[in-house]
Design a protein around this ligand. Sequence first.
Ligand SMILES: [Zn+2]
Ligand SMILES: [Zn+2]
Length: 424
Amino acid sequence: MGRPKKAQPAIEKPPAKLPGTLDLVVEQHRTWDFFLHKLFELAQTFGYQRVDCSLVEDARLFKPWEQAGGELVVFADTKGTRLAVKPLNLFGLARMYLDYRFFEKEKSSKWCYVSPIAFIRNGQIMQSHEFGFQVFGETSPIVDAQMINMLLKLFTELELKNVSLEINNIGCLECLPAYQEVLRGFYKEKKYDLCEQCLEDLERNPVNILACANLSCSTVSTEAPVLIDYLCENCRKHFIKVLEGLDELSIPYNLNQKVIGKPWSRKTVFEIRSSTEKGEVVLGQGCHADDLLQSMAGPIVQALGFSATIEAILSAFEEAEVRVNQQHKADVYLVPLGDLAAKKTLKLFSELWSNNIVASEFIGPGSIKTQLKLAESNKVSIALIIGQKEARDGTVILRDVRSGMQELFEASRIIEEVKKRLGK
Ligand SMILES: [Zn+2]
Ligand SMILES: [Zn+2]
């Protein structure tokens, strides 16, 4: 036997996480799982079915994203078709809705989803998980109010602090273009006070200027014409009914002109925020996208959705100092001492499992004292200890963790004894 061969490293130093990519280490994943559990529970109560759309699509699907200045992660297949990773779920969901002809099957499709997304920002890949709720089909103002109601329930039940609702109506193809003209005229007079980005938006989409955080721009915007005064009859009625629905549910809201949604947003646009002394987190945004399916050569179908990313949720949990407890609950704690004992517990573990008894396994270094302490801190009442002698004799020590009382049992009898003590 010679010395074990050393592997030659393929790279010079240990690889690091790429900027913009996403790792979820244990703590973060525990929080994320806890959140998703609540999310799906509530979704079911409110009649939303879980779906997921493909990670990769024909890049043409994301044209509105690119037109709005977004960059895609693109590549070509062997035939040269331009493909892209989805930068958000909405377009893929719309494609799926059309592809499976849901519009022929049901009046309204209510979906919830969680799925990875990726896009490019400043030349760097940005990876995330996006979750949300999407309705295609009939969306009366009541549906808007009910979706907001569900979301506020979700976030307050998670103990996030000062959850608030900012709401606006961004109009439709009928009324928005006229308002944009009015707004363009207004900002043209003040163009020397606008930042570079807003000057670009002045021609393309002056509504964006309303949301600019730059001090000089936002000062100008305080005097800007208000969209609500320019809404068409349809949009105005819709908005009033949404607000009446919120009043009915006793949901407070702030009318906020700075909440403008995305270029494909129509009618109701809203943001849900959470704040602590440390700052404010925008948890996510919702809007109608009533022209989207038509723009994809589909039928006239209304769309209402809310979406948010994992980053917003994790940072809101952190700011609100919400701690998620370890979910795993064991019935018994296995304490093997030495190699032979460790081997014996392998079998015992699976026998316990077959009898519906969850064992927490501790195979590793550490004295019996630290192992028993762990059992106690995890509120496990029974520890099964196998030392070298017990491993050889085919016996197991059963210890009542709280009282410290110990008894020796034949290995063949231990399952029955544990069941008796656990009342199973
Ligand atoms: Zn309108
Ligand atoms: Zn600006």
